[in-house]
Design a protein around this ligand. Structure first.
Ligand code: FES
Length: 99
C-alpha cells in the first residue's frame, strides 16, 4: 500500500490533495483522525479541494451536499456517496489502501 503523505503535511481540520496511481484524492485531518476521500463530488463533479470541513463531514462548495468522512454517505441525498479509502498511519506516514 502506498505512502501518500506525511501526517505533518495535513493541518488539523485541513486537507491536501494528492494523486496516487492516477487517482486524485483528498487527505483530511479531522482533529487527529485522518481520512482519504475522492477529490471530486459524486453529485456533479465539483472539486472538493474547496469543500468545508465541519463536525464529521465535508460540505461540497457547489450545492452544499454533506458527506460523512467515515463512510462518504450523504444523509440528505443517499443516492450520492463519496468514495472513501481506508487509511493507516505508520511512523508518521499516511498509507492509503486504494484496493
Ligand atoms: S456538485 Fe457537489 S453538491 Fe452538487
Amino acid at each position: 500500500m502506498p505512502v501518500v503523505a506525511k501526517v505533518g503535511d495535513v493541518p488539523n481540520m485541513g486537507k491536501i490533495q494528492v494523486t496516487v496511481d492516477g487517482q486524485d484524492l483528498l487527505l483530511i485531518n479531522l482533529k487527529g483522525s485522518m481520512y482519504a476521500v475522492e477529490a471530486e463530488c459524486p453529485h456533479q463533479g465539483a472539486p472538493l479541494a474547496a469543500a468545508l470541513i465541519k463536525e464529521t463531514y465535508l460540505s461540497c462548495p457547489r450545492h452544499g451536499y454533506r458527506f460523512e468522512l467515515k463512510d462518504g454517505s450523504c444523509k440528505d441525498h443517499p443516492e450520492c456517496v463519496l468514495k472513501t479509502w481506508p487509511v493507516r498511519i505508520e511512523n508518521g506516514e499516511i498509507i492509503v489502501d486504494l484496493a
